[in-house]
Design a protein around this ligand. Structure first.
Ligand SMILES: C[S@@+](CC[C@H](N)C(=O)[O-])C[C@H]1O[C@@H](n2cnc3c(N)ncnc32)[C@H](O)[C@@H]1O
Length: 253
């Protein structure tokens, strides 16, 4: 059963049935865990590697402990370690199959991992210098609660960086600008088909496209960060506006 994309009204930070939504999202990622990395690189024509490096380069060079939430198979935390910006990374995801699928790359070893919900992180208050989230915040049933958790675990002055597929901001003119209509139409048409052909799961990749169309725009998400208490909020456009990095920082001491 795929996650019900209709559970989110476009632009709404909270879905109508959070429990059912979370269960459905977890089941869906468990189903595609083994093909997730392959599909990610194939569908993005390997651009996702560059997007992850761009996140890593945004980190303060003094970042010691980093937490990768909605970590999946761990690629974002691993990219931050490889780049040398973060000294230690820790991964959290509520789908054990996704964490398991990342073991071959060092998840669970160079990057320790734990099963846990981003809406109730199994971490102490103020335990890390940075939190990163790759393509995960879109799946949260309650975005403000997730942001409050991110804030809780960050030290004063800590950074939060999100790499995400947002709803296209067609009115925007700056870095928040979404992909042009032909690019979006191409993605909408090809994702479910490629999902079925390569990943043998049409529903999961139809969900990817639907959930993008119903999530927040980069500007709306940036406003949520500000509401959650983050400052220095920025938006950085990636490849044709297909993905964006949105980040912010907690006030210092
Ligand atoms: C699209 S994958 C992204 C994986 C990885 N971060 C990446 O950059 O490729 C989304 C991940 O978010 C996880 N996720 C969704 N909602 C979550 C929640 N409430 N708590 C923890 N993990 C969650 C899913 O299990 C899945 O592994």
């Amino acid at each position: 059963v795929s996650a019900d994309p209709s559970a989110r009204r476009p632009g709404a930070p909270v879905v109508s049935d959070p429990k059912a939504h979370a269960a459905s999202v977890r089941r869906m990622f468990a189903r595609i865990a083994r093909v997730y990395d392959f599909m990610n690189h194939a569908l993005s024509l390997n651009r996702d590697r560059r997007w992850r490096r761009n996140v890593a380069r945004r980190l303060d060079p003094t970042t010691w402990e980093l937490v990768d939430v909605c970590a999946g198979t761990g690629d974002l935390g691993l990219a931050c370690l490889e780049d040398g910006r973060a000294r230690e990374a820790f991964a959290v995801d509520f789908c054990a199959d996704m964490l398991h699928a990342g073991r071959g790359k060092g998840l669970g070893r160079s990057v320790p991992a734990a099963a846990g919900d981003t809406l109730a992180l199994p971490l102490r208050d103020a335990c890390c210098d940075a939190v990163v989230a790759g393509f995960g915040m879109r799946n949260l049933a309650d975005l403000p609660r997730g942001l409050a958790e991110v804030r809780r675990v960050l030290r004063p002055g800590g950074q939060f960086l999100t790499l995400e597929f947002f709803r296209a901001d067609t009115g925007g003119a700056g870095p928040e600008r979404g992909a042009a209509a032909p690019v979006r139409m191409g993605l909408a048409a090809s994702l479910p088909l490629l999902g079925r052909l390569l990943g043998r799961d049409r529903d999961a990749y139809a969900y990817l496209n639907d959930s993008m169309g119903r999530f927040l725009t980069p500007r709306e998400y940036a406003a949520q960060l500000e509401q959650a208490g983050f400052g220095e909020v920025f938006v950085e456009r990636q490849t044709l506006g297909i993905a964006h990095i949105v980040g912010g920082r907690l006030p210092g001491c």
